[in-house]
Design a protein around this ligand. Structure first.
Ligand SMILES: C[S@@+](CC[C@H](N)C(=O)[O-])C[C@H]1O[C@@H](n2cnc3c(N)ncnc32)[C@H](O)[C@@H]1O
Length: 353
């Protein structure tokens, strides 16, 4: 079979399709690895699968098969027959290691999220949010009903935000401002990094009470409790006044345009002269730059569909962000990619002239 020109030279069209369809099995294999704690159980030196199985309370033969699949996926290595070591990417499945993505894995392979994906075709047909039809409530209300899932979501967001938190303080001069409100700031991971880098700055995290549940711990760990307050509220009603920066990461993409404009309008209403609204989101190119078959290249488009089925939001182009800002009385000044936190860009907006 001929190779599609855009594909890697050794990959056929058929290979690509098989690889994509097996993607959901790969995701569930990673989920099982996290649930059975295999990376922690293997540790720093190679271990026989039978020992890992005994510690995990699992059967040796199926465990060997799981570990082989994980080795095939590049997360483990079969060191010698039936004995496995953790590969560099597999280290991210150890919750005790810096940069761990275990909560992220659990959340994005979570049956409730996957159930909405089963109805992607319905959402495409109707434009309706599949999650709401399946569960009879919206995603964030569902989290409020299930505190343990909400805590997992907050932890997953914190892990997903770690890269942006590391680079944002170097990408914008927060030192020219007095106070920043992180709108929908969750457990405070992003704001803590900004406040740690700019000792003269004060901060506010606005979120729902469920979204803020882990934030006191974050502030305590960073020694920021005296410079940062937590406000439980609803950004569809208002945002707290008193900051000259309103920051929001991964907020607008959760909502359809009219709701996103409402959030921005509230920021505009609170914005003093010279203040700024900072938006951290991926910015889609105006047209798709010819995919070469990798899930990584399609990640923002898959996230866009995830927003469609689970929350009713969407990923946006620069033109889309300009339109949202204009409708909210803001003017988009710039959109700058954030190296080290791809695919995120930093969008800066000010009150429209
Ligand atoms: C996708 S998460 C992003 C969290 C954080 N900004 C980050 O990037 O890690 C969306 C956040 O919006 C919060 N949220 C949802 N509805 C809200 C509302 N009506 N008012 C305030 N926060 C809300 C959620 O609790 C959650 O923390």
């Amino acid at each position: 079979m001929a190779n599609t020109p855009a594909l890697a030279p050794d990959m056929t069209d058929r290979d690509l399709l098989v690889r994509l369809v097996f993607g959901s099995m790969a995701a569930q294999t990673v989920r099982a690895a996290v649930r059975l704690r295999v990376v922690e159980l293997i540790g720093d030196t190679p271990r026989p699968a039978a020992d890992v199985a005994a510690d995990a309370g699992a059967e040796p033969q199926p465990m060997t098969r799981l570990l082989r699949a994980l080795a095939g996926l590049g997360l483990l290595r079969e060191h010698s027959f039936g004995t496995f070591a953790v590969a560099p990417a597999g280290v991210l499945l150890d919750p005790g290691r810096p940069g761990s993505l275990t909560s992220f894995v659990r959340m994005f392979t979570e049956p409730e999220i996957i159930r909405a994906w089963e109805h992607l075709d319905d959402s495409v047909r109707t434009g309706d949010v599949a999650f709401d039809a399946v569960f009879g409530t919206d995603f964030f209300s569902r989290l409020a009903q299930r505190p343990e899932l909400s805590a997992e979501f907050n932890a997953a967001m914190s892990q997903a935000t770690a890269e942006a938190a590391a680079v944002l303080p170097h990408a914008f001069d927060f030192g020219r401002y007095a106070a920043v409100t992180d709108v929908g700031g969750g457990d405070g991971t992003l704001l803590a990094a900004v406040l740690a880098a700019f000792p003269g700055l004060k901060g506010v995290v606005l979120d729902t009470s469920d979204g803020l549940a882990q934030a006191p711990g974050t502030l305590r760990r960073h020694g920021l409790a005296d410079r940062c307050s937590l406000v439980a509220g609803d950004f569809f009603r208002s945002v707290p006044e008193g900051s000259d920066l309103y920051l929001m990461k991964s907020i607008l993409h959760d909502w359809p345009d009219d709701r996103a404009v409402t959030i921005l309008r509230h920021c505009r209403a609170a914005l003093p002269s010279g203040g700024r609204v900072l938006i951290l989101e991926p910015v889609l190119p105006e047209t798709v730059p010819g995919g070469s078959g990798g899930v990584d290249e399609a990640a923002t488009y898959l996230s866009d569909l995830n927003m469609l089925v689970n929350v009713g939001g969407r990923e946006r182009t620069r033109t889309d962000f300009e339109d949202l800002c204009r409708a909210a009385g803001l003017s988009l000044l710039s959109a700058t990619p954030l190296p080290g936190a791809e695919p995120f860009s930093l969008l800066e907006a000010a009150a429209a002239g």
